[in-house]
Ligand binder design. Structure first.
Ligand SMILES: Cc1cc2nc3c(=O)[nH]c(=O)nc-3n(C[C@H](O)[C@H](O)[C@H](O)COP(=O)(O)O)c2cc1C
Length: 166
């Protein structure tokens, strides 16, 4: 619970490398996410190549932190794996959020970079990564050891809670 409440978007990173075993843990967390009918319609691209991380910043207008990130994970949706049409977006969202929470639990800093449904980002990343047309880049998580601290956000809002009927 604490990892969920304390998680914030971290966009500044030290130069310390992220351990292979930590990246593996993040991927395990991603693939532990719930999905519609357990369809798991996802793929993950682990990006540590600095040149590629830099190229992403030319495609994605709000991804400048990737220039200092040690690694990024791109979550992609595979509609051909869907049993329940249309749910791939929610499934990939759950996987993305699990990566963020797992990063927090490992003491890493991370931020979710939205890709889908912005066509220019989807097509730009498809070209850069040579992703087949059956696969849709959904999100990128920028990851590194934190070089900034943020307090918990505390967005709890009683007014958004409805009991039984609206
Ligand atoms: C779907 C989605 C897309 C986002 N895209 C970006 C982005 O492109 N660049 C960025 O710096 N942050 C992005 N964020 C992070 C949000 O700005 C951030 O989660 C929000 O401001 C709340 O702050 P917090 O994560 O620190 O609690 C995105 C978050 C979500 C859920």
């Amino acid at each position: 619970m604490n990892d969920i409440l304390s998680r914030r978007s971290i966009r500044k990173y030290t130069k310390d490398p992220v351990k292979e075993e930590d990246i593996r843990s993040l991927l395990e967390a991603a693939m532990s996410a719930p999905s519609a009918g357990n369809q798991q319609p996802w793929h993950f691209v682990v990006v540590s190549d600095k040149a590629i991380l830099n190229k992403i910043t030319q495609i994605h207008p709000h991804a400048h932190m990737l220039k200092d990130a040690q690694v990024a994970i791109m979550v992609c949706g595979d509609e051909s794996l869907q049993k329940h049409i249309g749910y791939w977006v929610q499934d990939c969202s759950a996987a993305t959020q699990n990566i963020l929470i797992a990063a927090q639990s490992k003491g890493l800093g991370a931020v979710w970079l939205g890709v889908y449904p912005r066509e220019d980002r989807v097509e730009g990343l498809r070209n850069l990564f040579m992703i087949p047309y059956s696969i849709t880049p959904f999100s990128i998580i920028s990851i590194g050891h934190p070089d900034e601290k943020k307090p918990p956000a505390n967005r709890f809002n009683e007014q958004r809670i409805h009991y039984n009927l609206w």
